[in-house]
Design a protein around this ligand. Structure first.
Ligand SMILES: C[S@@+](CC[C@H](N)C(=O)[O-])C[C@H]1O[C@@H](n2cnc3c(N)ncnc32)[C@H](O)[C@@H]1O
Length: 384
């Protein structure tokens, strides 16, 4: 079976590596984002459970060229929907159109819904579908004139790990937070500190990685109710993931963070508890100007205000400078920060040693790394 792991732009490489770790070999990047892979239903369930940076896992039902509504209708109706959908299935349809001849998502949605209904009417010899059973959300993506029709195996997007109850003011998506942890030089035995931790997303995702905790462990996926998925095997895979997490829970963690905002910290504490990590992440209310670190050097990882959604540009620039000064007063520590503010390096006062591009929602961001100790580039002039 073919599946697509949807990702934000730039997270395909990490998702392919995560799939490889699950024993799923070749993953092909897709023009509309995400990667295409071949897997058994059990492997696709594992992908839902374990992929840290993907938004959804979807079963590919069909892929074809469609330049007219008639052609879209006929080709969707030709797919063997009765092989997937039982007679009581709920099958909402959503469509996205990018540079396609058929450019109205709402019209594509109606056509696809109608085509599936026509097919199922014949297969089940009924005229009306109650849609009271398991959910098989149909995802139609027209990219150019290629239509890819999928069944969404995840349900709510995979960033919904189940530990976050309220979003705070400018939270980072869990999937992007995990990608940043993995893109940073931090490794689980090292100290990690987020001096602008907000609601704690980076810290929790880092702890999940350190403890080998499946990101989807505490939530359900729509495909668990699909009749052709292997129920017993899925139960076993979930139980194994739980055991892996619980048996590693006593592993030492050196993950901490602080924030100037007491309310954000309250949320961070709640999220830490809901993630099953009570007492494993140290959180303090502190202005980053007062943060100090002693002992072994580690990594500062953060998502400071950009000056767009929170505060103003001047305040954001001051925080950026303070972050660099924090790194300077903690010898050997590395600083990694994501920001949509393209003057971050200038405000920091020194060129970053590494830069990568990520998207935080629609915002194009730079992920900047200033290495500590030996990793620092020599002879790099301070910026004015
Ligand atoms: C974009 S938010 C971080 C969101 C966080 N990554 C999350 O997932 O919730 C930026 C955070 O920086 C904090 N902040 C701003 N100025 C600060 C300062 N001087 N010291 C410490 N934290 C600060 C804000 O209170 C806010 O929580």
């Amino acid at each position: 079976m073919q599946w697509i792991a949807n990702t934000a732009f730039g997270l395909e490489g990490q998702t392919s590596r995560d799939l490889k770790r699950l024993g799923i070999g070749t993953a092909q990047p897709q023009p509309a984002g995400g990667v295409l892979f071949e897997a058994t239903p059990a492997q696709a369930f594992s992908a839902n459970l374990w992929l840290r940076c993907a938004d959804r896992v979807m079963l590919v039902a069909g892929r074809f060229e469609a330049r007219s509504f008639d052609s879209l209708f006929e080709q969707v109706r030709a797919l063997p929907w009765e092989d997937y959908l039982p007679r009581d299935a709920a099958f909402p349809v959503r469509a996205h159109c990018v540079r396609s001849t058929l450019m109205s998502p709402s019209d594509c949605q109606s056509i696809v819904k109608k085509a599936i209904v026509e097919r199922l009417k014949r297969a089940y010899r009924i005229e009306w579908f109650e849609e009271t059973g398991a959910v098989f959300a149909v995802d139609v993506s027209l990219h150019g004139d290629t239509a890819t029709v999928c069944l969404d195996a995840s349900g709510p997007a995979l960033n919904r790990r189940g530990y976050r109850t309220w979003n705070g003011e400018a939270p980072l998506r869990e999937t992007l937070a995990a990608a940043l942890v993995l893109a940073s030089p931090w490794r689980p035995a090292m100290p990690l500190y987020d001096p602008c931790c907000g609601t704690g997303t980076l810290l929790i995702e880092a702890a999940f990685i350190a403890l080998n905790r499946a990101p989807g462990l505490a939530r359900a996926f729509d495909c668990e109710k699909w009749p052709f998925m292997p129920l017993e095997e899925m139960r076993r895979l979930r139980a194994e993931a739980r055991e892996t997490f619980e048996s590693g829970l006593s592993r030492p963690l050196r993950i901490a963070g602080s924030d100037i905002d007491g309310e954000a910290l309250e949320l961070a504490r709640r999220h830490v508890a809901q993630a099953g990590l009570n007492g494993r992440i140290v959180l303090e209310k502190r202005d980053l100007r007062e943060v100090t670190r002693t002992g072994e050097a580690g990594v500062f990882l953060c998502n400071p205000p950009y000056g767009e959604r929170l505060g103003d540009r001047k305040a954001a620039a001051a925080v950026e400078r303070q972050l660099y000064l924090l790194k300077e007063r903690c010898p050997g520590w590395c600083l990694c920060a994501i920001s949509a503010d393209m003057s971050f390096e200038r405000n920091a006062g020194r060129r970053a040693d590494k830069k990568r591009r990520f998207y935080n929602g629609r915002l194009e961001c730079e992920f900047l790394t200033w290495m500590g100790g030996a990793g620092q580039k020599r002879g790099d002039a301070a910026l004015r």
